[in-house]
Design a protein around this ligand. Sequence first.
Ligand SMILES: NC(=O)c1ccc[n+]([C@@H]2O[C@H](COP(=O)([O-])OP(=O)(O)OC[C@H]3O[C@@H](n4cnc5c(N)ncnc54)[C@H](OP(=O)(O)O)[C@@H]3O)[C@@H](O)[C@H]2O)c1
Length: 298
Amino acid sequence: MILVVGGTGRLGRAVVPLLLAAGHKVRVMARGSSQPFPRTAADGVELFRGDLGSEADCREAVAGCTDVVFAASGFGAKDTDHRTVDRDGAIRLIHAAAAAGVQHMVMMSMHGAAPDGPIEYLRCKAAAEDALRSSGMDWTIIRLGALLEQRLEIMGAPLGRNGKVPVFGSGTAPVTYTAVQDAAAVVVRALRDPALRNRIIDWGSQTLTSNQMVEALVARAGHGSVQRIPVAAVRVLSVAARPFSPFLARIAGAAVWEDSGAASFQFGPARDEFPDIPVAGLQQVLEGTEPGTGRSSH
Ligand SMILES: NC(=O)c1ccc[n+]([C@@H]2O[C@H](COP(=O)([O-])OP(=O)(O)OC[C@H]3O[C@@H](n4cnc5c(N)ncnc54)[C@H](OP(=O)(O)O)[C@@H]3O)[C@@H](O)[C@H]2O)c1
């Protein structure tokens, strides 16, 4: 049995069917709060409505599992945050999994994770990585870039409403993105391939500037223009929004980080090692999304 924590999220939803197709039994854990929780389970799937904030839920979630995939996050949720989920929840789950005899955990992390990272999310991810590395279990840490589909959805939604695509900052900074299917494929590979045990792997699909993303979205929709938000305003927002919208404040903080150019990375060496995992780039992802919204059409 493989536990997928955050199995109702964007990446988790892509991982679960791949695991089923590979013949695994899967347990999905989520709160049913920021994402809809399925009413009925597909064949081979056990649904567990639980909260990483609860030790008892973590113990129940890992019981009988050989492997765990950590694909939960509080970063993009309005009702929780990365400290609660990506750091404290992950560490609570790691302790429960090690105590229950889980053999291997695959942890979704982010490029740039470091104890002294410039944004708190990266520091939270580093704390979870450290806990996993010292847990005694086998581990794989997959550091992703921003998920491409999510970014297209965020940029594409206003295009559908008012014909504008918002760009924070200059739009010229390179950012490495990871496509969801691409990330899901390496998760499944990590569960079966010893070459990915006890390693940190930087997994990206394509490096793009926001201006390139806008160009592609506008070309696909056949209309639209850019709405530029100067980086100075975004920096102010990242602090000023904290008391009334911590969610907005952290999105703005991440945008400032991206504008610095630090969110691009070399993913070639990892891709060269696993050439059989197809790379899904902007064009492939756009072909699977609705023009003018960026939402998946599947
Ligand atoms: N999105 C990105 O750009 C990005 C970039 C780098 C790394 N990552 C990492 O990749 C993984 C997948 O990201 P994603 O964007 O697919 O996530 P997502 O769509 O935001 O989904 C998050 C999942 O976590 C669950 N969750 C949140 N709080 C929870 C809690 N307290 N207990 C149990 N489950 C909880 C959510 O369901 P409920 O809220 O209903 O519980 C949902 O299933 C995450 O670990 C994330 O940190 C993402």
